[in-house]
Design a protein around this ligand. Structure first.
Ligand code: E4P
Length: 219
């Protein structure tokens, strides 16, 4: 299983990359708007920084405009993956972009029956949105497990990305599904690092070491 960072923040990405745990990045128009910076420049910076796939989402549902944006994004870096919406135009775009050698990630899938379609069309990645599935009252873990099984049984090559995480408990459950990738906001990745018992244990060891050193000085 791999972890991608779900962010367009350069500072956050630099920090997480320095930990050696991130192998890709995902963005979307909402995440990019939050940064409030020039889109092309920021995406190029991220493509340069991340030594792995970076998903950049089209800003339209129009098929021709999707292809136009896709061609532009793919010229920004070899690791660019064009994120397209899960709809009929998105599927059409996946097919044609694959023929052009452009990688795709189909975003905002909410069910297994949706997710299998881009996989059959040849998408490199299919993104399933955990918290938004739960918002609708469904069990995201069951949807993810079912999709993992159907992808295996159908022998499709697409990698499943689980995203839309809002809390650490989502990650605990998502890791059990057999998904290929989790894309996680930096703040939640940071929460995964810490555990009060770990902090307490490490402090106990340090305190014992300090006492031992003090005792040695006094002899
Ligand atoms: C994934 O690629 C998306 O960027 C992201 O996880 C969207 O999730 P959210 O808008 O529900 O937070």
């Amino acid at each position: 299983m791999e972890i991608f960072a779900d962010t367009a923040s350069l500072d956050e990405l630099k920090e997480l990359l320095s930990w050696g745990i991130i192998s890709g990045c995902t963005t979307n128009p909402k995440i990019c708007a939050k940064e409030g910076v020039e889109f092309k420049t920021r995406m190029k910076d991220i493509l340069h920084l991340v030594n792995g796939p970076v998903s950049i989402e089209v800003t339209t549902n129009d098929y021709d405009l999707m292809l136009k944006e896709a061609k532009e994004y793919s010229s920004w870096g070899k690791n660019a993956v064009v994120k397209v919406p899960m709809n009929a135009n998105g599927l059409k775009a996946v097919k044609i972009l694959k023929e052009m050698g452009i990688k795709t990630n189909v975003t905002a899938c909410m069910s297994t029956k949706q997710a299998i379609l881009p996989a059959l069309a040849g998408a490199d990645y299919v993104s399933i949105f955990w918290a938004r599935i739960e918002d609708m009252g469904y069990n995201a873990q069951a949807v993810a497990e079912e999709t993992v099984k159907v992808f295996k049984d159908s022998n499709v090559k697409s990698k499943i990305i689980l995203g839309s995480f809002r809390q650490v408990s989502h990650i605990n459950r998502a890791m059990l599904t057999g998904t290929h990738i989790l894309t996680i906001p930096p703040q939640i990745i940071k929460e995964m690092v810490t555990n009060p018992k770990t902090t307490e244990t490490i402090q106990e060891f340090l305190d014992n070491w300090e006492s031992f050193k003090k005792g040695q000085k006094n002899h």
